[in-house]
Write a protein that binds this ligand. Structure first.
Ligand SMILES: Nc1ncnc2c1ncn2[C@@H]1O[C@H](COP(=O)(O)OP(=O)(O)OP(=O)(O)O)[C@@H](O)[C@H]1O
Ligand SMILES: [Mg+2]
Length: 205
């Protein structure tokens, strides 16, 4: 398993889902560009959610500003070289987390979705179940498909919304992988249990 976790927006739950997937499958976790370092970044969150530290790969770029990577890099005088953004090789499974959504700029002339296409990796879409998700999800699926990025399915986050989930999957022609409810508390244990109860590991093989 080598795949990307993207989403319909920032803050939808990509890190939580990616950490659950990596923890449950024994995959390595890689966030190629971390923009915003308060709170340890997404790699720190993945570790706190149960991904063993030795399976968390170092970022290629760590930027302090909590902004789109292209802008954070400009403000910090960093030139992002896409050739350094190559998914780590090796037979062990790998989960790569983008930043924000699929059309977030990595540089002024490269979007995350272009990078996913260049890598030739499939991208799971993490989507909210709340109002607005049909539009955001279908736009994301179109953007990925128009670049030739395969989409194994959509992982929903939030309270059940049967019609929205089914509508996205039928209009988007995509598999519903499952739904993580809002967890309170959110701990490695509650996350692992919820992931295993709501997703099938073979869907990610
Ligand atoms: N299933 C869940 N249960 C409880 N809290 C959650 C869940 N999913 C996400 N959250 C919370 O929502 C917030 C955003 O989640 P997360 O950091 O995973 O988003 P993201 O899509 O990775 O954001 P970014 O674009 O910054 O990488 C976090 O505070 C996280 O703890
Ligand atoms: Mg994240």
């Amino acid at each position: 398993m080598r795949l990307v976790v993207t989403g319909t927006d920032t803050d939808v739950g990509k890190t939580v889902f990616a950490a659950a997937l990596a923890a449950a499958t024994g995959a390595r976790y890689w966030k190629p560009i971390q923009a915003g370092l308060d709170g340890g970044g997404d790699a720190g969150t993945a570790a706190a959610l149960g991904v063993p530290p030795e399976r968390i790969l170092p970022e290629a770029y760590r930027l302090a500003h909590p902004l789109s990577p292209h802008r954070a890099a400009e403000l910090e005088g960093v030139a992002i070289d896409p050739d350094r953004l190559v998914p780590p090789p090796g037979p062990a499974p790998l989960v790569v987390e983008g930043a924000g959504g699929a059309l977030v700029p990595v540089t002024r002339d490269l979007l995350y979705a272009d990078l996913f296409a260049r890598w030739g990796l499939p991208a799971v879409v993490v989507a909210r179940t709340a109002l607005g998700t049909i539009n955001h999800s279908l736009l994301t699926l179109e953007a990925l498909r128009s670049r030739g990025v395969p989409v194994p399915g959509v992982a929903f986050i939030g309270e059940a919304n049967e019609d929205s989930e089914a509508t996205i999957c039928s209009l988007g022609g995509v598999r519903r992988l499952g739904r993580l409810p809002r967890l309170d508390p959110l701990t490695p244990g509650t996350l692992r249990a919820a992931f295993l109860a709501n997703f099938r590991l073979e869907d990610f093989a």
